[in-house]
Design a protein around this ligand. Sequence first.
Ligand code: NDP
Length: 306
Amino acid sequence: MYDVIIVGSGPSGLTAAIYTTRGNLKTLVIAGAKWGGQLQLTTEVENFPGFPEGIQGPELMMAMRKQAEKFGAEFVDDDIPPTDLTKNPGGPFTIKIGEKEFTGKTVLIATGADAKMLGIPGEKELTGHGVSYCATCDGAFFRNKEIAVVGGGDSAMEEANFLTNFASRVYVIHRRDEFKASHVMQEKCKANPKITFVLNSAISEIIGTNSVEKVKLQNVQTNEETELPLQGVFVAIGHTPNTKVFPGIEITERGYVTHQYGTKTNIEGVFVSGDVQDDKYQQAITAAGYGCQAAIDIEKYLATKG
Ligand code: NDP
């Protein structure tokens, strides 16, 4: 019987594991077949405190994992199948993975959120080499460069505006000529002299040898194809919080796990932390902070249960 089963192994899950193990709670991390979360897909991380020279995303995650293991966290590098935690509120909770069965007094959901991808040639290959899903994280790498932001929602507008702090030109590439973004955000972008709109257009391919060099653009109305030389592509077409494996967990209308009571969910004994409950900040450091909060809430909850 574990005191806590943490599902997810990004900065949130691993920070929680460091705290729960140091708090003497028997901890299992179900890390996922591809452990480490979104930072495993990035290259340099310059904004995580403590690393003045920056650190590679995978290296940072390995360091967090080693730290959790050092204090006694156990790891299972598998994905979990859909698991209904509502069956036994208050626990214990059982999670089955194939023949293996794990039981915990509490569960922490730290499954993160995945940035939606365009699914076009060159995107995967050049992720971390000019293709990014986070302007706050990577904007500073594009000083005086020409870049594109894909999308027509508030995220795209906000990122485009923010990126003009660094880039010499920001193209907002949107598949329609109307925007989902709020009027005020659109107007801000339209008034920004560094932003150029490319409308009714989709990127059909991102091209580059070691980093992004250009994109192929397709006008969705005329099918005309053109090329646009660029050094960066920021994809801002939304996120998918990873809640599908927990049927019965209460989510907001935008799909994120609700957490009205600190890190508690609607199911007693089930807690949540990180990007799966955060539709606003979505940073490694905020995810880590939420992981710490959840661990402290879990310790207190277990103490009250005796
Ligand atoms: P949205 O779902 O609002 O917008 C996504 C945009 O991406 C849409 O314009 C959509 O196009 C486009 N898109 C989706 N899939 C593709 C694709 N495969 N190829 C090309 N384009 C695509 O997501 P956001 O992340 O922008 O916003 C999410 C929520 O967060 C919203 O409620 C938003 O208001 C909020 N938010 C608020 C902010 C603020 O107030 N400061 C800042 C950021 C977000 P189409 O329009 O054609 O569907």
